[in-house]
Design a binder for this molecule. Sequence first.
Ligand SMILES: [Zn+2]
Length: 82
Amino acid sequence: MYSSLIGKIEKAQRYAQERERVNFSRFVVWFQGEHDRYRLGYDEGRWECSCGFFNGRQVCSHTMALERILQGMIPSRTAPAE
Ligand SMILES: [Zn+2]
């Protein structure tokens, strides 16, 4: 029992280094901006953000930041990172 748990922990440590194994389908997060807190949603490639800039543009600094944070775990829709 104990040795099998150690094996699982070792596997988890290896998995945690292999981000490409994880692909987000949908989530909701709160994002703390410089002036306010925003609600971000992601659903199969579609983003939402409660900030004023996002409305009508479908992109904002918050969604772009999360795309960078989750790079490799969600499909990229913007220019490649520098
Ligand atoms: Zn935003």
